[in-house]
Write a protein that binds this ligand. Structure first.
Ligand SMILES: CC(C)(COP(=O)(O)OP(=O)(O)OC[C@H]1O[C@@H](n2cnc3c(N)ncnc32)[C@H](O)[C@@H]1OP(=O)(O)O)[C@@H](O)C(=O)NCCC(=O)NCCS
Length: 149
């Protein structure tokens, strides 16, 4: 499998908004339509399709947050379409996002948050080296990856 991140553009955004998680996962992540709309107001937000070869199978939004209490690089959204989950794509995409953020000279930590009952996300992030940051923001647990420790 070859997993890549490719920018959301006028040519693929309609594919992105058709990707869906299962009904019982909907409260874990905003729709891709919402995320793409939200990202349009933040110049540092990066929206990418997650591709397996030429097929978009997931979506991610990440970038720098300059709000006073949340300053830093955040992986804001991650989803794999329900038909493609459990095949290692989420883990592969996380590694690519971490690598992309690692390239930024001022990126020393990466933050991510998730609903407390999202055990799949919690285990995935912990296995990649994220640790509990000790914060809850808007009901979500915040995890942190220290890149230079
Ligand atoms: C979380 C998510 C992105 C993971 O993507 P994925 O492609 O399914 O995950 P992977 O196949 O790479 O698996 C990663 C790990 O999670 C485990 N996993 C995946 N789906 C699982 C499930 N339904 N139940 C239990 N474990 C699961 C895998 O076994 C794997 O662990 P392992 O490497 O120790 O075996 C995906 O499930 C998803 O989109 N969920 C809904 C949205 C969401 O919760 N996003 C995160 C919000 S912070």
């Amino acid at each position: 499998m070859t997993i890549t991140l490719q920018p959301i553009t006028k040519d693929n955004w309609e594919i992105a908004i058709r990707l869906k998680v299962s009904d019982d996962q909907k409260h874990f992540v905003a729709s891709n339509l919402y995320s793409i709309a939200e990202a349009s107001f933040y110049p540092t937000a990066i929206t990418n399709g997650i591709y397996e070869d030429d097929t978009m199978i997931g979506f991610t939004l990440y970038g720098y947050n300059d709000e006073a209490d949340q300053q830093g690089y955040w992986i804001v959204r991650l989803m794999i379409d329900q038909a493609h989950q459990g095949k290692g794509y989420g883990r592969a995409a996380m590694r690519l996002i971490i690598d992309a953020l690692h390239q930024k000279p001022d990126c020393e930590q990466i933050f991510i948050s998730f609903e407390p009952e999202n055990d799949v996300a919690r285990k995935l992030y912990a296995s990649l080296g994220f640790v509990d940051d000790g914060r809850m923001i808007e009901g979500e647990v915040v995890y942190r990856l220290d890149l230079h420790s």
